[in-house]
Design a protein around this ligand. Sequence first.
Ligand SMILES: Cc1cc2nc3c(=O)[nH]c(=O)nc-3n(C[C@H](O)[C@H](O)[C@H](O)COP(=O)(O)O)c2cc1C
Length: 210
Amino acid sequence: MKLLRIDSSARRNSISRQLTDKFVHTWKLENPAGEVIERDLAKTSLPLITDEWTLAAYSDPAMLTPGQREILAVSDELIEEVLAADVIVIGAPMYNLTVSAPLKAWIDQIVRSGRTVLWGPKGSQGILKGKKVFVLTSRGGSFKPGSPTAQYDHQEPYLRDILAFIGLTDATFIHAENQKPGDLAEPSRLAAFAAIQQAVGATSEASLGQ
Ligand SMILES: Cc1cc2nc3c(=O)[nH]c(=O)nc-3n(C[C@H](O)[C@H](O)[C@H](O)COP(=O)(O)O)c2cc1C
């Protein structure tokens, strides 16, 4: 079993990192022989999509020049990490109502025609099947479904759609909401920890039953 851990907060002592830490710790207890691959997006400055990148990504792989292969090397490496993983956990701070720029840059590198999504007569088809994804978010405010602020959550709906686009349809979201200073922060963080514990346990029970 392989777990890919993605962190995308700019802050070293961040709440979303505490959540991914908790996930990895619990997962390792359940899967002692499991391997964890770590990709901290605050440590690597991923390239943005350029004209050259799109030309290379949409070219016949057999016709790529050495320069084009070089341009796609980062994307290839990140996609290989995703392909190798059975489980993916993503720590996602909410920045300006959506994902952080490093997480968006990672998504731009892994959503790639011919590698993670195929186009056919019926439209697009995601290639990444059979993987479980856990998205652990931290937000200053609260965006609970049904609340007046729910409409401003452009993080979970966006991530759900783009992950499903490449075939990652089995996605569980756990939110630590209300993380701005105040009485609500700690209970919300503890509730997220408990939800993570339960989610990892349920995953292990499901795999034992297979
Ligand atoms: C640049 C920036 C933008 C933010 N934008 C929002 C926002 O739009 N909505 C919100 O509820 N919280 C927002 N916050 C608060 C963060 O979501 C919150 O501090 C969260 O804990 C960040 O995750 P982290 O602790 O893993 O870094 C923002 C924080 C920063 C630094």
